[in-house]
Design a protein around this ligand. Structure first.
Ligand code: GDP
Ligand code: IMO
Ligand code: MG
Length: 435
């Protein structure tokens, strides 16, 4: 009997974010009908390059360039309305997103309010050396309010009376903390009411019960692509806590964050770079503090799509990937940025950690331990050839193929696609998750 074709595919970052999820989503949108963001907010920066034209999306799903497809911002996302509206306007100026029907926003999604961002920034300043290195977008404080049941949702914004009442209640507490604890200026209720009054009318056309929309679409046989943000090691439960983001980034959260059941998911596609990067603070065992790290940063253009900060760079870490394979129930993996290693004479793969004479095969939960883990490396010969033009696996130089095969073996997961450049075209798709 033929296996049924996957309809719901979740794409997740398998490292510390910035793996190239945006490019993968854009590429696979062609084979799907709907693209859904289900967690995170505008801490995400997803880059796509199409025919040399570059786009960076923070909140809008990365399928938006395909005008016949629908994009959904699910209930699990925290939304900074100013950023979302700027993104909509910028796309329209460039001739994209011409029909309102291309985007649906969940009425249950929570809003990132100005005080969330102010608190995020104030806390980071206050923490000094112990800071998390957040993106400063108010993500943590917004999710705290959601869990604390004092958040403001899209549905609340649409009801002027409810919005005013909830805002007043929040400001009492937030302004107390801002002024008394952090010695900052308070947030003005009148300014927020005015600004959010404009936002209300701008987003109203997109607001919907996205959970019902998705469930109906799935039962009609539509194909859905779920777009993860951040990466497994930034997951609030399964990442390098507390150096994580404030949401679950693993595939399971596609269900909660979009309002569908776990039985809907057919395939989980992980995305990993051929090496490792990290934005922000926290342990990073394979980080390179030398000239090799600099070379990767320069060739890979490793600067934050959201923050502009130089990303920390290091070798591929199979311990991290094995963790991601497990935590996501990964069906297959995309390796991105293979081309960035084209000029490396030697390439290393971390296969385990050494800690106080013991060999660790899994990521320890104690950050003091992780901080002192020594990576155990195996070394491969570089291929020293250009891979950017490869469009099939056999086009790759032998040593590049051997490197990919070695990664596959180390993490016991099939590599189904390889990216060899930032453009949509610069991809080797060996197995399409939708077929
Ligand atoms: P995301 O957050 O996972 O979507 O990743 P980002 O967009 O933050 O970072 C990935 C960066 O690498 C972007 O600048 C992409 O354009 C770029 N990129 C993606 N795939 C490749 C690739 O295979 N090769 C190269 N050289 N760049 C790539
Ligand atoms: P995409 O979707 C890389 C990191 C921050 C910080 C930590 C907490 O583009 O892969 P937050 O602002 O979320 O409270 O910051 O998480 N971080 C990311 N790093 N890519 C991202 O998103 C990230 N989103 C958050 O650098 O270390
Ligand atoms: Mg990014």
């Amino acid at each position: 009997m033929r296996k049924k074709k996957p309809k719901c595919v979740v794409v997740v970052g398998a490292q510390w974010g910035d793996e190239g999820k945006g490019k993968v989503i854009d590429l696979l949108t062609e084979f799907s009908d709907i693209v859904v963001r289900f967690q995170g907010g505008n801490n995400a920066g997803h880059t796509l390059v199409v025919g040399g034209e570059k786009f960076v999306f923070h909140l809008i799903p990365s399928g938006i360039l395909h005008e016949t497809k629908r994009c959904v911002i699910g209930n699990g996302v925290v939304i900074s309305l100013g950023v979302l509206i700027d993104e909509i306007d910028a796309l329209r100026k460039r001739g994209y997103f011409r029909s309102d029907s291309q985007l649906l926003i969940s009425e249950q999604a929570h809003l990132i309010m100005p005080y969330h961002q102010r608190l995020d920034l104030a806390r980071e300043r206050f923490q000094g050396r112990n800071r998390i290195g957040t993106t400063g977008r108010g993500i943590g404080p917004a999710y705290e309010d959601k869990m604390g049941r004092s958040g403001i949702r899209v549905a609340d914004l649409l009801d002027e009376g409810v919005f005013r009442r909830k805002l007043e209640a929040s400001l009492l507490e937030k302004n107390f903390t801002l002024t008394r604890f952090f010695k900052e200026e308070p947030c003005s209720k009148e300014e927020i009411l005015e600004e959010y009054g404009v936002f209300r009318s701008r987003i109203a056309p997109f607001v919907a019960n996205t959970s019902v929309f998705l469930n109906e679409a799935i039962s009609e046989g539509r194909r859905v692509l779920f777009e993860g943000a951040q990466g497994c090691l930034l997951d609030v439960d399964h990442g390098t806590y507390p150096f994580v983001t404030s949401s679950n980034t693993v595939a399971a959260n596609a269900c909660t964050g979009a309002g569908i059941g776990p039985t809907c998911i057919d395939y989980v596609l992980g995305v990993s770079k051929a090496y490792t990067t990290r934005d922000g603070e926290g342990p990073f065992p394979t980080e390179l503090h030398d000239e090799t790290g600099e070379r990767i940063r320069a060739r890979g253009g490793e600067y934050g799509a959201t923050t502009g900060r130089p990303r920390r760079c290091g070798w591929f870490d199979a311990v991290v990937l094995r963790h991601a394979v497990l935590m996501n129930g990964m069906s297959g993996l995309v390796i991105t940025k293979l081309d960035v290693l084209d000029e490396m004479e030697k390439i290393r793969i971390c296969t385990g950690y050494r800690y106080q004479g013991n060999l660790l095969r899994w990521v320890p939960a104690n950050m003091e331990v992780l901080k002192h883990c020594e990576p155990v490396y195996e070394e491969c010969e570089g291929w020293l050839k250009d891979t950017g033009g490869a469009r099939s696996f056999s086009d790759l130089p032998l040593r590049a193929r051997q490197y990919v095969k070695r990664l596959e073996k180390c993490i016991q997961t099939e590599v189904v696609a390889i990216s060899v450049g930032s453009d949509r075209e610069e991809t080797i798709l060996m197995k399409n998750p939708f077929s």
